[in-house]
Design a binder for this molecule. Structure first.
Ligand code: NAP
Length: 268
């Protein structure tokens, strides 16, 4: 097996919500030099235009792909075959395909493309280089290419089985929404204790920001909890109430299990 080259073009197919976020993260971190970027997008997108101004190629003739070192597939699952198939004749053999699509198996992509595949499931915070991304590949070089492309814009979490991708999507991709919903529930509880709705919402949002700042330090979550929950204090009382009823784990399990089930249903 030959090493994946670390020079050459990176082709981004699809510049929608996630494709644009990836592009912004790459440009902000210098992960890919603009001159090494080829962006394929049916319609004009602000992120692609910014990249073009800095030297990227947008929708060049397909021959331009002959110098590609990787292709990142960021289209909707229903569109991937029609997006990828016309590019394959020009793409060097062995070029890793990095799919960020939910619910499309690496095998399906490998069968059509006849190239090694890495699956990556990032969050859109890659735009601010603060994403998290689950990554899986059966091919060492393709895995390395995925790590190189996402390592500077996300905390890359390696999975040892592709089947775990759905669980990772629930715990990372969907979880911010679960956490926002919990903050909303806290605000409602604060209102029941007499706070005005505006005060409760601002306090809950501020709490979320503070929790995020704590998480950014990289300290283990248990340590972050322990720093706030002193024995006999108010936070400890609140945590004990949630934990003794078992409601916290039950709610988290229900949310993750339902998200995994839905991911499996969507991918058929
Ligand atoms: N959004 C997220 O947070 C997130 C997180 C993890 C994974 N994902 C995965 O990322 C993928 C994209 O999701 P998204 O939310 O970014 O969807 P999106 O905003 O709809 O973007 C998809 C893009 O693909 C483009 N496209 C369609 N056909 C194409 C073709 N033949 N060649 C090149 N580009 C083509 C579309 O272009 P036009 O706009 O011009 O039609 C569109 O901008 C999905 O598979 C999803 O599962 C998304």
């Amino acid at each position: 097996m030959t090493d994946t080259p670390s020079t050459g073009a990176v082709v981004l197919v699809g510049c929608g919500r996630l494709g644009s976020a990836i592009l912004e993260g790459w440009l902000a971190t210098g992960t890919v030099a603009p001159a090494d970027l080829i962006i394929l997008t049916p319609s004009e997108k602000p992120a692609a235009e910014t990249a073009r101004e800095r030297g990227a190629s947008v929708n060049p003739p397909v021959d331009a792909l002959s110098g590609a070192r990787a292709l990142v597939l960021a289209v909707k699952p229903a569109k991937w075959r029609e997006a990828l198939a016309p590019l394959l004749a020009a793409l060097p053999s062995g070029t890793p395909i990095i799919s960020v699509m939910a619910g499309v198996s690496a095998d399906d992509i490998a069968v059509l493309s006849e190239r090694p595949v890495t699956r990556v499931m990032p969050t859109t915070a890659v735009a601010q280089a603060r994403g998290v991304a689950a990554l899986w590949s059966a091919d060492n070089n393709a895995r390395e290419t995925g790590r190189r492309l996402f390592g500077a814009i996300a905390d890359v979490v390696d999975l040892d089985r592709e089947a775990l991708m759905d669980a990772a999507t629930a715990v990372a991709g969907s979880a911010p929404a679960f956490i926002y919903a919990f903050a909303q529930a806290l605000a409602r509880a604060g209102e029941r204790q007499g706070l005005s709705s505006e005060a409760a919402r601002r306090l809950a949002r501020g709490a979320l920001r503070s929790a995020g700042a704590g998480a950014e330090t990289g300290a283990p979550l248990a340590d972050l909890v322990a720093r706030i929950a002193s024995p006999g204090g108010t936070t400890r009382a609140g945590l004990d109430a949630m934990e003794s009823a078992g409601d916290l784990d039950r709610a988290a399990e229900a949310a993750v299990d339902a998200a995994v089930e839905q991911a499996r249903a969507i991918s058929g």
